[in-house]
Design a protein around this ligand. Structure first.
Ligand code: 7RM
Length: 629
């Protein structure tokens, strides 16, 4: 399964296109199956359905944990680096992680959690977050991790959508010099979640919290009583493994469903190859487990490969902007995987925080989450990689489950800001607005994928129609990514950003409609329109145009109030960077907001607004330009 040269990549790629079933069956057979599969793939992108290894049975934790007990029981699986740099790091070996996962599996079982039940996990970046995820997978419960920065409202929306019966959380969290409530937020959320029977609370901050008799349990007490032996549940390859909510261009976030077998095969394969992981290497992915990157490349991909994975609780700027570099030295990190927004932010602090930092353990660097600009790429290459570490710019999505277009470290010749070439099994195609394929090189288009790979989204939880219309109806017969893309003269791919109403704020996906709905909940707001605009550090910032009932008495205060409303409804990450009060929005005769114009104004480009003649009231544009900030 390991690609070792450009020629091997090309051979693997050709085989994956010509004989995809043979290609993936060979890779899948390297794993432990409880019952081997006989069918490899069944699919249709027209009436969307995909099944990989359908009649096989397995358990992803048997492959991520038990399999390594024979060979590397005493090797580190997870190295936990706490928020406080002075606190001791904690290493969990494969044997220890296995025991703790088994214990917590038994805790969940004792609470009546069965195969197929949904469990919501709302926790900070501590080892118990990974343990909770793996325990669910071991007993066949479907985990739904909700990022610890989301609001009570967001938790209850997600818990209700998938009808979770149990929630796992902590008393509080620490991030940098802040203490953040967790259980209190869960308590608020659960006021409107009758489906939840049990809450398990791990102590992290010793924050006083309310513990409801008959519902709330302490993690420590339950774990102490549990046995450390728990056989992995036999899962069909197509049984759901997890739900992860992600934002789209309309409505509330949707629950992306991934299944056990295909997700296991694909995350393990891409991890090993793209990062060229060698046994004993220390891998540090800075993403939170609350996002897909954390699921696939902090937990599952690394553990499936018997890797050493660093789990960091804090933030890149605490106690100062040298924290990542200190962690790299402290744990002798060989492979470092982070987001362009972090790179740009640290670059902004200047070289002072790099002085005296020993980064010589590094061998491979990775980037994910948003397009990386050339300056950031070069800074990363020179200052962090010392010109010696290949940078893998990995393009993929929550829906793709794993890396899709990416260099293979040290093998694919690089070009700054290019995700380069599709990985084996991935068949990208560029199409124009009408869905016609744009062939040849030196072209731009909308990025689609024309053939299934093992970890493609299976459905959106509880609403298969939504999955079909969102991904498979824009261009019939193709999976539409929502991204624009160019293919240069060498056939290299460069992702240019979303072409739909999804923003990418510091690598976090947020829908414009979601932010508008939150703003519209604020008293006195009649209507709003939200667009993304270029932001030096975040990649994109959020720009909101807001119409209020009356002129506000104090614009500054109303702005702050609106921010508070958005933070309460969605979470602090969705707070607009700019709010402009307007008296009207540019609408067409049919009532559609012309976002193109609002985007231009937000970018500060007032001269080239294009055709505004179809607007109901073209005068609105002038007044918006006058008030632009
Ligand atoms: C992994 C993740 C997905 C969206 C995707 C793109 C953007 C991600 C890159 C990128 C350019 C990259 N999942 N994106 N990686 N754009 N180059 N290497 O981020 O579901 O949260 O976001 O992120 O727009 O559609 S996600």
């Amino acid at each position: 399964m390991r690609i070792k040269s450009l020629q091997e990549y090309q051979e693997a790629y050709s085989l994956s296109v010509e004989k995809p079933e043979q290609f993936w069956a060979d890779i899948a057979n390297e794993f432990d199956w409880i019952k081997p599969f006989t069918k490899v793939l069944d699919w249709s992108f027209d009436d969307y359905s995909v099944k990989w290894f359908e009649d096989g049975q397995m358990n992803i934790t048997a492959n991520a944990l038990d399999r390594h007990l024979k060979t590397i029981p005493d090797q580190a699986a997870i190295i936990y680096e706490p928020n406080e740099p002075g606190d001791e790091a904690i290493t969990l070996t494969y044997r220890e992680l296995h025991t703790r996962v088994c214990k917590f599996s038994n805790v969940l079982k004792a609470q009546g959690v069965n195969k197929g039940d949904r469990v919501c996990i709302y926790m900070p970046m501590i080892p118990e977050l990974a343990i909770a995820v793996l325990a669910c997978a071991r007993i066949g419960a479907i985990h739904s991790v909700v990022f610890g920065g989301f609001s009570a409202q967001s938790i209850s929306d997600r818990v209700n959508d998938s009808q979770c019966k149990l929630v796992i959380t902590t008393d509080g969290a620490v991030r940098g010099n802040k203490t953040i409530p967790m259980k209190e937020t869960v308590d608020d959320a659960l006021l409107s979640c009758p489906c939840v029977e049990t809450v398990i609370v791990k102590i992290r901050t010793k924050t006083p919290i309310s513990m409801l008799k008959g519902r709330d349990l302490w993690w420590e007490e339950e774990e102490m009583q549990a046995s450390g032996i728990c056989a992995p549940e036999a899962m069909n390859a197509e049984d759901p493994l997890f739900i992860l909510y992600t934002s789209g261009s309309t409505g509330k976030p949707k629950g992306v469903v991934h299944t056990c077998g295909g997700y296991m095969v694909y995350t393990a394969y891409t991890f090993a190859n793209v990062f060229q992981y060698n046994l004993g290497d220390v891998f540090f992915c800075t993403a939170d487990i609350g996002w897909i990157t954390g699921h696939s490349y902090l937990v599952y991909g690394p553990l499936l490969n018997g890797a050493i994975s660093v789990l960091f609780e804090g933030i890149p700027t605490y106690p100062d902007a040298g924290r990542f570099w200190d962690i790299i030295k402290r744990h002798q990190v060989n492979i470092f995987y982070t987001a362009p927004t972090a790179i740009r932010s640290l670059m902004g602090f200047g070289d002072a925080f790099l002085v005296g930092k020993d980064l010589s353990s590094l061998r491979v660097l990775g980037s994910v989450g948003e397009p990386i600009n050339v300056e950031a790429w070069q800074w990363y290459d020179e200052k962090i990689g010392k010109g010696n570490c290949p940078i893998v710019d990995t393009w993929w999505q929550t829906e793709t489950g794993g890396l899709m277009i990416s260099p293979i470290a040290g093998i694919t010749p690089l070009k700054p800001a290019f995700a380069t070439l599709p990985l084996p099994g991935v068949q990208p195609i560029l199409v124009d607005e009408n869905g016609n394929e744009i062939e040849g090189n030196g072209v731009n288009g909308n990025l689609c994928i024309k053939y299934p790979w093992p970890s493609i989204i299976r459905t959106t939880y509880g609403d298969h129609e939504r999955c079909k219309t969102t991904y498979f109806s824009t261009y019939p017969g193709l999976y539409f990514t929502g991204d624009g893309c160019m293919r240069d003269e060498d056939g290299y791919y460069r992702i240019t950003g979303r072409v739909d109403d999804v923003m990418n704020i510091s690598g976090h996906r947020i829908g414009t409609a979601e932010v508008e709905n939150a703003i519209n909940m604020h008293t006195g707001v009649i209507e709003s329109a939200v667009v993304g605009y270029p932001h030096d550090v975040k990649g994109q910032g959020i720009y909101a145009y807001v119409i209020c009932e009356h002129p506000t008495i104090n614009d500054e205060l109303t702005r702050k109030d609106i921010l508070a409303t958005v933070a309460r409804v969605i979470g602090p990450i969705a707070k607009p960077d700019k709010i402009q009060f307007v008296t009207g929005l540019p609408k067409t005769r049919s009532g559609k907001i012309m976002r193109r114009i609002l985007r231009k104004v937000a970018e500060g480009e007032f001269g080239s607004l294009g055709d505004t003649s179809t607007l109901l009231d073209p005068g609105v544009v002038d007044s918006i330009i006058k008030g632009a900030i």
